[in-house]
Each structure stands twice: as structure tokens, then as C-alpha cells.
Design a protein around this ligand. Structure first.
Ligand code: ADP
Length: 191
């Protein structure tokens, strides 16, 4: 198996690059953000629980997120690897993921850090807002999400750096050029 975490602030391009990676490397894509939005649109019990949290741009509690993530991994027993997009977002989530994968004799092989400046993120999300219809792309909610990123999520980076797994990719530039750098990093980690 080859397991990858794609890491970066909101609007870094995680979703865009994940779509290209799964095409090329046949990994199963798990986006916790997409999963929450699916639960909300289907009005499930979980969706009702997290709806307001997402709308406010805050992080869903770890226990809920971890349980949902683990269930999704279990639902894909034939996957040759996973790309985790938007997870882990806190150190406890990263620890839980390591413990969970260990129990399956698996591990995270690579963490791709998409490096993008705060001003670029704000510009991109303002653009995305025009088409996404995402309530959390509103300026005040975006500020909240960026705040959550810099207070909670950023600590996931040193966690993986201490394991020697992080490769930093410049997330500003052409989508294809960024994808090229990502492929080089994946090929290197696989060899
Ligand atoms: P973005 O990367 O643009 O912020 P996502 O689609 O990854 O968007 O996430 C949208 C929202 O879903 C987050 O703001 C948060 O409320 C919730 N969410 C997604 N993943 C997690 C997670 N791992 N832990 C807690 N909350 C999460």
C-alpha cells in the first residue's frame, strides 16, 4: 500500500491535485470535507450534527471526524492505498491515524505540504466563492477557517516532519507544473 496525506491551508489546491493524483496512481481518495458536505446534503444524523460547525468555519470535534474517517477506510478493503485530503487537521487526529494504520500493519508513506501564502489563499477563495456556493467561503467564515488552520492544523506539520515524511511543494503556479512536482515526490517516495 501507499498512503499519502495532502496537507495545506484552505484553498491550497488539495482537492484539485488530489483528483489528478488518484487518476495517476489509483489511490482511494478520502476527503473529510467532502464527506461532511455529503452528510449535510443528505441530511443524515451526522450531517445535522456538523452542519452549523462547517457553516461557521470551525473544525468538527476529533472524535466525530476520526470515527467517520476510520469507517471510510474500512469500507475500502481492496484499496491499494489512500490519499487523505483534509485529514488529519489536528495532532490528535494524526496520532489516531497512525495508531489505526499500525493496527492494519500500514503507515503514512508521504506527506505533501502545499505551500501557499495567506494572500493567495484569500484571492483564490474569493474567486471560488463565485461558483462553489459554499457558505464557508464567505469572507468572515474564511477568516475563521484560516485561523483554525494556523492555531490547530499547522502543528500537524512538525508531527510528520519529526517522522521525516514531509515534502514541501510550492503551491503557487500552473496546476500542471505543481502536479509535476507532486509526481516527482511520489515517485521518489515509492522507489
Ligand atoms: P478547505 O480545505 O477548503 O478548508 P475542506 O473541504 O477540507 O475545505 O473542509 C471543510 C470543512 O469541513 C472544514 O472547515 C471543517 O469544518 C470540516 N472538516 C473537514 N475535515 C476536517 C477534519 N479533519 N477535522 C475537523 N473538521 C474537518
Amino acid at each position: 500500500m501507499f498512503n499519502l496525506v495532502i496537507f495545506g491551508p484552505p484553498g491550497a489546491g488539495k482537492g484539485t491535485q488530489s483528483a489528478k493524483i488518484i487518476d495517476n496512481y489509483k489511490l482511494a481518495h478520502i476527503s473529510t470535507g467532502d464527506m461532511f458536505r455529503m452528510h449535510i446534503s443528505q441530511n443524515t444524523a451526522l450531517g445535522q450534527k456538523v452542519k452549523q460547525i462547517l457553516a461557521d468555519g470551525l473544525l468538527v470535534p476529533d472524535s466525530i471526524t476520526i470515527e467517520m474517517l476510520e469507517e471510510e477506510v474500512q469500507r475500502n478493503p481492496d484499496a491499494t492505498g489512500f490519499i487523505f485530503d483534509g485529514f488529519p487537521r489536528t495532532v490528535p487526529q494524526a496520532e489516531a491515524l497512525d495508531t489505526f494504520l499500525e493496527s492494519k500493519n500500514e503507515k503514512i508513506d508521504l506527506v505533501l505540504q502545499l505551500d501557499v501564502t495567506e494572500s493567495e489563499i484569500k484571492n483564490r477563495i474569493a474567486e471560488r466563492k463565485k461558483v462553489s456556493g459554499r457558505a464557508d467561503d464567505d469572507e468572515d467564515k474564511l477568516i475563521k477557517r484560516i485561523d483554525e488552520y494556523f492555531t490547530k492544523t499547522i502543528h500537524v506539520l512538525p508531527y510528520y516532519q519529526s517522522q521525516g515524511k514531509v515534502v514541501k511543494i510550492n503551491g503557487i503556479g500552473e496546476v500542471e507544473a505543481i502536479f509535476g512536482m507532486i509526481c516527482a515526490a511520489i515517485d521518489e517516495a515509492k522507489s
